[in-house]
Design a protein around this ligand. Structure first.
Ligand code: TMP
Ligand code: ASP
Length: 234
């Protein structure tokens, strides 16, 4: 019997029918600002599931270990059960969002190197930014795990920049999560318009969740556009 084991903001997780796997259900809910702004949009779960599936497949074909086992229908994945490390890693190529606000760098300025930052995954605390020394002090991850996550995030950044460039999209920034599985660190969660900033390479038009965060129009139009472009090149 399946059992709901975690109800997230955009996904629900069920214990799987086979050992060591889980079923992830992509919901139609969109949230922003730690869940303070929410909406439900028909078709959102399916768009994100398909986009994330394409991207995870691409990464896996390029040597990145991920939790994905298979996509079983429009909105459901079977994934390897892993112990999620409660840290979000954000990689930035171009100033935007909280980085621009915090450091007074206008949106759209290219960064001189990839900026990596960590947040502690906690809705209650509002996902506070945390540095590596603090992570080690609390014991959320080991030094070796942190180094591996940083190195892998940089590799994923290169792979995604390449992929999106072929789709005429600029990868501005994105967020990743990792988990422990059989003694390894693997990529978990999703990669989609919910977790990346994606701008049209020519016009700069936003194709990601900022459209929802900032009330700029129909967010799903951008998500569908990204998916269509990826499908043509993958
Ligand atoms: P930020 O500029 O708001 O810090 O966001 C940086 C990137 O991380 C952006 O692509 C959106 C993504 N992100 C998430 O996926 N989840 C989150 O909870 C936050 C804060 C950001
Ligand atoms: N804070 C995240 C965002 O703005 C998600 C959320 O809070 O639900 O994208």
């Amino acid at each position: 019997m399946e059992k709901l084991i975690y109800e997230g903001k955009s996904k629900s997780i069920y214990s799987g029918n086979t050992p060591n796997t889980l079923r992830v259900h992509y919901k139609n809910t969109l949230t922003a600002f730690d869940g303070k702004k929410t909406a439900s949009k028909q078709g959102k779960g399916a768009l994100n599931a398909e986009t994330s599936h394409l991207i995870y497949d691409y990464l896996s074909n390029h040597g990145i270990k991920t939790h994905l086992v298979e996509k079983i229908d429009e909105v459901n994945f079977i994934v390897k059960e892993c112990q999620v490390i409660p840290i979000e890693i954000i990689a930035r190529n171009i100033a935007a969002g909280s980085f621009s606000k915090k450091y007074g760098i206008p949106e759209g300025i290219p960064l001189k190197n990839v900026s990596l930052e960590f947040s502690l995954k906690s809705d209650e605390l509002g996902d506070p930014m945390i540095n590596s020394s603090q992570i080690l002090a609390i014991g959320t991850a080991t030094e070796e795990e942190l180094k591996f996550m940083e190195k892998t995030t940089l590799k994923i950044n290169e792979l995604l920049i390449d992929l999106f460039k072929k789709a005429k999209i600029t990868l501005v920034d994105f967020k990743l999560e990792f988990g422990r599985h059989n003694g390894e660190i693997i990529l978990c969660d999703e990669i989609s318009g919910d977790s990346c900033r994606l701008w049209d390479i020519e016009t700069g038009k936003k194709l990601d969740k900022d459209v929802f965060r900032r009330d700029l129009g129909d967010v799903l139009k951008g998500y569908a556009e990204v998916l269509e472009r990826l499908k043509k090149i993958i």
